[in-house]
Design a protein around this ligand. Structure first.
Ligand code: FES
Length: 107
């Protein structure tokens, strides 16, 4: 199963298995990764699942949808060029090893 790596604001990292088609937000909350809140359950209305995607994985991702891009303007931590909502990042075989830093704060 592909894996995702979450790096906490304090630098600690956690690696979790993520089923194909599962979002990184779902994987983080199911595995108790602190810092990914996901208040809206992935409906793209809370922006509490904000992550910064490590540069080398950006080419594997589609561009944010217009709705995601709009929500990224409402994140608690300042938006950066590699900001994404983890509820919109679905695991694929190609994304195995994707590494994201958890934005802080989320609320
Ligand atoms: S979980 Fe609410 S926007 Fe991602």
């Amino acid at each position: 199963m592909p894996r995702a790596i979450f790096i906490s604001p304090d630098g600690a990292s956690a690696e979790v298995d993520v089923a194909i088609g599962t979002s990184l937000m779902q994987a983080a909350t199911v595995n108790g990764i602190e810092g990914i809140v996901g208040d809206c359950g992935g409906a793209m209305s809370c922006a509490t699942c904000h992550v910064f995607v490590e540069e080398q994985y950006l080419p594997l991702l589609d561009e944010p949808s217009p709705a995601e891009a709009q929500m990224l303007d409402y994140t608690a931590a300042p938006r950066q060029p590699n900001s994404r909502l983890s509820c919109q990042l679905l695991m694929t075989e190609e994304r195995d090893g994707i590494t994201v830093r958890i934005a802080d704060p989320q609320l």
